[in-house]
Design a protein around this ligand. Structure first.
Ligand SMILES: NC(=O)C1=CN([C@@H]2O[C@H](COP(=O)(O)OP(=O)(O)OC[C@H]3O[C@@H](n4cnc5c(N)ncnc54)[C@H](OP(=O)(O)O)[C@@H]3O)[C@@H](O)[C@H]2O)[C@@H](O)CC1
Ligand SMILES: [K+]
Length: 499
């Protein structure tokens, strides 16, 4: 799903209508029909549709017409002056009136009691008050109408956006509809990504309304919400004639005394997600512990110089950082590995922390580097305030990736994955997964997919999606989900997704 702002929606509209000469009313009709497709007609028979004076209201009058044609009980409420209507909204208002659909005006406090009783008696309220054209605080009659809908509706469907939310940044402009479902057109609105938007947007479906692909490509920034279909298409079936060499070798550099778990989780995850051969490189004093815990993966330690060279040379992906410690030793290993290795690398945890004053080493690296900071690590890395990072996640991630020539995965609510030019948002996962070891698991997963031959950006997207998918699925049955559970579920989850 493409992500976009109100400005992008307006530009799309303009190109379609003015350049391609697709009449706006055609797009509005498509939009209305897509909303109709998202209503369970066999279950819902009575509707209240609340329309504003703009094109969002126009969508509402067109939806009313289609419901009327389907013999549904439809009552339309309109906020504003019908004389002042113009364009496509006016056309659909006139058609609805000509069909005999009851359109009640909502202009005064006296109109509200009847409105309230109709809302209570209806099975679904369709919110077409404001769409992407909201420009200022919602006040007066609009504020009262939204309040009444929120208090009395048992099933609210918002058209394009819940009325009252700023579709660009997710700010509530005074008051906002609490939608159970939102049917949004063409673009997943950027404002929906904000954490607090969750309680207003409900379940979101993004529908195509007949905008030509060329227009989208020309106008929209390359920003997408990851969807299962994308992941399904991206994961290639494993050829039955392939052998372990075809699925790549992964090297995981991880762990110190007291932090064997990080090395274990990242390595075991790489094994369980399909890498052909996995080796963990760790300090000598924890090698035996790891050898006992790991069955399929190999272990080597930092004293085995020749072996390290050989493994590094054959590796198709290297992970570095989990459980290593934020110190000079980690920095010197990172520096050497970046210099000597020829394959993509995933930098996590302490491999990110040690970069604080040494970003030059990532900038000048000729390998593709994937960095996976959480907001705290991102703050140390950039010197930016955590609140600022959380408020501007896409912007901060894109700028850092572009400036330092890396792929960045910024953890947190709605994970951002970007190389600075193309950006993906992953919304799988939930707070049941908020515990130690999850990041190590993700690092192992990304490294494994790169080792299996996926492009690093694609591997990072696939991994983030699967990681969150596992957590969500497991949390249906579990109060909290640990990295070990995710790790164990990964091979089953991949199969579920691709089939
Ligand atoms: N190609 C597409 O993308 C398609 C888009 N379509 C649909 O069009 C929608 C965008 O339509 P839109 O631009 O007419 O604006 P909309 O959201 O209806 O706003 C209504 C008017 O309200 C006003 N107003 C603003 N703030 C206010 C406030 N606080 N309190 C009171 N009034 C306020 C402001 O007018 P003003 O008062 O400023 O003159 C504004 O004009 C979009 O979301 C989608 O549903 C579809 O039809 C298919 C094709
Ligand atoms: K709306």
């Amino acid at each position: 799903m493409r992500i976009g702002t109100a400005k992008v929606s307006r530009e799309i509209d303009k190109v379609c209508i003015e350049k391609l000469k697709i009449p706006g009313i055609v797009l509005m009709e498509n939009a209305a029909l897509k909303v109709i497709n998202n209503i369970k007609m066999s279950e819902i028979n009575s509707f209240v549709i609340v329309c504003g004076k703009g094109n969002n209201g126009g969508d509402g009058f067109a939806i009313a017409r289609h419901l009327h044609i389907k013999d549904k009980k439809v009552q339309v409420f309109f906020i504003g002056n019908p004389e002042a209507l113009s364009g496509d909204c006016k056309t659909n208002y006139i058609i609805a009136s000509n069909l005999g659909i009851k359109i009640c005006k909502l202009n005064n406090i006296e109109d509200l009691d009847y409105f309230r009783s109709c809302i209570s008696a209806s099975e679904m309220v369709i919110d077409c008050i404001f769409g992407t054209g909201l420009t200022r605080k919602v006040e007066g009659i609009y504020e009262q109408v939204i309040g009444i809908i929120n208090e009395n509706s048992r099933n609210t469907l918002s058209v394009d956006v819940p009325s009252g939310i700023n579709s660009d940044d997710g700010e509530v402009m005074g008051i906002c509809i609490n939608a159970h479902n939102t049917v949004s057109f063409q673009l997943y609105k950027r404002g929906f990504l904000k954490y607090s938007s969750n309680k207003f947007i409900g379940k979101v479906v993004v529908e195509d309304i007949g905008i030509p692909k060329e227009v989208i490509e020309e106008i929209c920034p390359k920003e997408f919400v990851l969807h299962e279909d994308f992941i399904k298409k991206a994961i290639k079936p494993r050829d039955k004639h392939s052998n372990k060499g075809d699925f790549g070798r992964a090297l995981i550099i991880s762990g110190t005394e007291g932090f064997t778990g990080a090395a274990y989780i990242s390595t075991e995850t790489a094994v369980r997600s399909g890498a052909g051969l996995v080796t963990v490189l760790c300090p000598k004093d924890i090698q035996n512990i790891l050898s006992c815990k790991l069955t399929e993966a190999m272990t080597i330690n930092f004293t085995q110089k020749e072996k390290i060279e050989e493994v590094m040379c054959k590796a198709r992906a290297i992970a570095i950082g989990p459980g290593m410690g934020n110190n000079l030793w980690t920095f010197s290993i990172l520096e050497q590995v970046i210099e000597k290795s020829k394959c993509p690398m995933v930098l996590d945890a302490d491999a990110i922390n040690v970069l604080q004053d040494h970003k030059d080493i990532i900038k000048k690296s000729s390998n593709t580097l994937v960095l996976t900071p959480h907001p705290g690590e991102m703050s140390r890395l950039t010197g930016l305030d955590i609140d600022y990072i959380n408020e501007n996640r896409i912007k901060v991630a894109k700028e850092f990736a572009l400036e330092n020539n890396v792929i960045l995965l910024l953890k947190g609510y709605n994970t951002v994955i970007t190389d600075g030019k193309t950006t993906f948002i992953n919304s799988t996962g939930n707070s049941a997964m908020a515990n130690g070891g999850m990041g190590d698991c993700l690092t192992g997963l990304i490294t494994s997919f790169i080792a299996q031959g996926y492009e690093p950006l694609e591997a990072t997207c696939i991994s983030a999606y699967i990681h969150g998918y596992c957590g969500e699925k497991l949390s249906n049955e579990m109060f909290c989900v640990n990295a070990k559970h995710v790790m164990e579920y990964i091979p089953y989850a991949i199969k579920e997704i691709i089939e």
